[in-house]
Design a protein around this ligand. Structure first.
Ligand SMILES: Nc1ncnc2c1ncn2[C@@H]1O[C@H](COP(=O)(O)OP(=O)(O)O)[C@@H](O)[C@H]1O
Ligand SMILES: [Mg+2]
Length: 278
């Protein structure tokens, strides 16, 4: 009996040791030949890329390109059809809980409870993550300060502006101190001043707090300002992947807008496809 428990413990120790070494050696995100099919639609079509720890990586592409689907697979919300993906060293198909514990996510669609205050939203989220009250209160205070919402902490979210909601969502995504933060269209629909403010938080998180960031956007200036490297995807395929500077050099243009047109083309997509939001 005693030896049985000892053997079991040793077995888990061995696994966690091996996993620690794997985590240390693997990039923050690894994607190999990733495919996701929804019946007749191939939303992600054989994509491969990796993201190093501390990097800010951008997935750029028009609506319907496959950005959200990729993020949803990496954050374990969707099952992949084939291929491989790992986050923080954990295979997303095998270690869902470990992946979830390592990440924060800010969804494309707002996901706050408007009947609660900003602080209550964060408290609820912290409870879901099992963060003990002593740690929780301090962390919530720090996060509200980070996104400059301390004064609005006790205001109902229904009375927040779009920019304030977005900032609160970023704070919420950071509650469990994630190694990797996913931001799906973080500034969609915001005015340019608020967008700048959000860019500054993202930059600070990435450069000062060393959070690995993967963001999707279809705003070129956003990707140019924030991302160390950018992958442009369309129709589920990764067309090109490089630093913003190298992309401009390759396309022989001076702005990312022109890079985008160079790789994607200037034709406006079929309107139903553009307006379809899942
Ligand atoms: N749950 C779903 N069921 C069926 N098709 C979907 C679903 N989610 C996304 N799609 C399709 O997959 C493609 C990629 O969508 P998405 O990843 O949301 O693109 P993006 O985020 O780049 O705008 C689109 O053609 C979309 O219509
Ligand atoms: Mg999307």
């Amino acid at each position: 009996m005693f030896f049985g428990i000892f053997k079991l413990k040793f077995h888990y120790l061995k696994i966690s040791l091996v996993q620690t070494i794997i985590n240390f050696l693997m990039p923050a995100i690894q994607v190999k030949n990733l495919v996701k099919k929804f019946k007749e639609t191939t939303a992600v079509d054989d994509i491969s890329f990796s993201v190093e720890e501390g990097e800010c990586f951008g997935l750029l592409g028009p609506n319907g390109a496959g950005k959200t689907t990729t993020i949803n697979i990496l954050s374990t919300l969707l099952k992949l059809t084939s291929g491989f993906a790992s986050v923080a060293g954990f295979d997303v198909s095998k270690y869902k809980n470990e992946v979830r514990r390592s990440i924060g996510i800010v969804f494309q669609e707002p996901a706050l409870d408007s009947k609660l205050t900003g602080k209550e939203n964060l408290e609820f989220h912290a409870m879901m993550y099992g963060i003990i009250p002593q740690v929780r209160d301090k962390r919530i205070k720090e996060l509200l300060e980070l996104v400059e919402l301390s004064e609005k902490a006790n205001t109902l979210v229904r009375n927040y502006s779009g920019g304030m909601k977005r900032r609160l969502e970023i704070a919420r995504g950071l509650i469990q101190k994630p190694k990797v933060l996913f931001l799906d269209e973080p500034t969609l629909g915001l005015d340019s001043q608020t967008r700048r403010l959000i860019w500054d938080y993202i930059k600070r998180l990435n450069k000062e707090h060393n959070v690995t960031i993967i963001l999707t956007t279809h705003y070129m200036e956003e990707a140019d300002y924030l991302c160390d490297r950018i992958g442009i995807i369309d129709h589920g395929k990764l067309l090109v992947l490089d630093t913003p500077e190298n992309l401009k050099k390759t396309a022989q243009v001076s702005t990312l807008d022109e890079v985008f047109i160079h790789f994607i083309g200037a034709t406006i997509r079929n309107i139903e496809e553009r307006e379809k939001i899942w």
